[in-house]
Design a protein around this ligand. Structure first.
Ligand code: ACO
Length: 335
């Protein structure tokens, strides 16, 4: 049976950095409020005209390079996880595949909001383990700056743009980098907690015009906070049980970078020291589907991980959705 192994990791951030002080000039907020409530100091926002597909393509190219591959490599599947596709139709992935020269690769988008990367990783790992493809590219990419309401200080200070990508390949059972298991779930009764109310068939089919703000991202922060801690903790524990690991065997926890307080609370629920919970939210904010690969790359570049160590990834997002992944860390250099 083939096993899915992480072979490369690449990221791309837009060059425009937006500090808390800059946002304090646009909204009734402050560096102090944003830092203490979220842990965020700055984030990147795309330049005008720069799309999710543009960020995804660059991150994908860098992931291929990290895996020792070039554009046009033999990749059978590309999955792009995003909340902010280039167009409602078609998907962003086929265009990214074409731009990377991945001729005839199966290519589709996954819409699971901040859990999208873990969902996409599971789909790609399954395709490899089922023998359908030998190599897959998984990209989480977002341009939330395009869906943030200029009237909503709460969401505008939290979200950032960026992209992260991994290459998965067929490998051996004992190879560092192997994906060992997943736990995924959803609860659609909470769909209103994180939403863009207008622009889809629910609003268009009603025949009613939408208010301008309904085209922007909305979030009920306090309720989402409680769900995020509960779902990421429970999902992580369920996965640890299914792969036969105890929390103290986990080298690093790489959680969706939603809020520093959420990450600390999840680590606490799992009984892990907070220094084992990877954080880079201070530099990039909440980048939704791009969050986990960006956090992985930052920590790996800083030499935080040892090849072969046990890693736990966990995410929570709109839907509501959640997901966790267990893997061992490969001997790779992120690009
Ligand atoms: N600057 C200053 N004050 C603010 C700001 C701001 N940017 N935003 C809100 N406030 C005010 C509120 O108006 C409120 O004022 P009031 O007490 O006078 O009414 C006060 O601050 C407290 O607001 P809360 O919403 O209670 O603040 P909280 O401590 O809950 O922090 C936050 C808000 C950061 C959004 C938090 O709830 C959070 O992180 N939620 C989870 C987000 C998350 O996990 N997202 C992941 C999923 S997202 C996805 O899937 C795309």
């Amino acid at each position: 049976m083939p096993y899915a192994v992480l072979q490369g990791l690449g990221t791309y951030l837009p060059t425009r950095r937006v500090t808390n002080d800059e946002l304090a000039g646009l909204f009734d907020t402050s560096d102090e409020w944003i830092t203490t409530r979220t842990g965020i100091k700055e984030r990147c926002w795309a330049e005008p005209g720069q799309s999710t597909g543009d960020l995804a393509t660059e991150a994908g190219r860098r992931a291929l390079k990290s895996a020792g591959l070039d554009d046009g490599a033999d990749v059978g599947l590309l999955v792009v996880a995003t909340t902010t596709p280039d167009h409602p139709c078609p998907g962003t992935a086929p265009d990214v595949a074409a731009r990377l020269g991945l001729a005839n690769a199966a290519a589709y988008d996954i819409s699971a909001v901040c859990s999208g990367f873990v969902y996409a990783l599971e789909a790609a790992a399954n395709a490899i383990q089922a023998g359908r493809v030998e190599r897959a590219l998984v990209i989480g990419a977002e341009t939330y700056s395009t869906i943030l309401s200029p009237n909503d200080r709460t969401t505008s200070v939290i979200f950032g743009d960026g992209a992260g990508a991994v290459v998965l390949s067929c490998g051996a059972a004992d190879e560092p980098g192997r994906l060992l298991g997943f736990d995924l779930g959803s609860d659609g009764t909470g769909k209103d907690l994180i939403q863009i109310p207008a622009g889809g068939s629910r609003q268009r089919g009603s025949g009613l015009a939408a208010a301008e703000d309904d085209y922007y991202f909305t979030m009920q922060g306090k309720k989402v906070f409680a769900h995020a801690v509960h779902r990421m903790s429970d999902s992580s524990l369920a996965l640890l049980k299914s792969v036969g690991w105890t929390p103290d065997q986990v080298g690093h926890l790489v959680g969706h970078q939603a809020n520093l307080r959420i990450l600390r609370a999840v680590a606490e629920q799992l009984g892990l020291d907070t220094d084992r919970a990877v954080t880079n939210i201070e530099k990039v904010g909440n980048t939704s589907a791009a969050s986990i690969p960006l956090a992985l790359a930052d920590a790996a570049a800083a030499g935080a991980f040892q090849p072969g160590e046990r890693m736990l990834l966990t995410a929570f997002g709109g839907g509501l959705t959640w997901g966790s992944a267990a893997l061992t860390w490969p001997d790779i250099t992120p690009v």
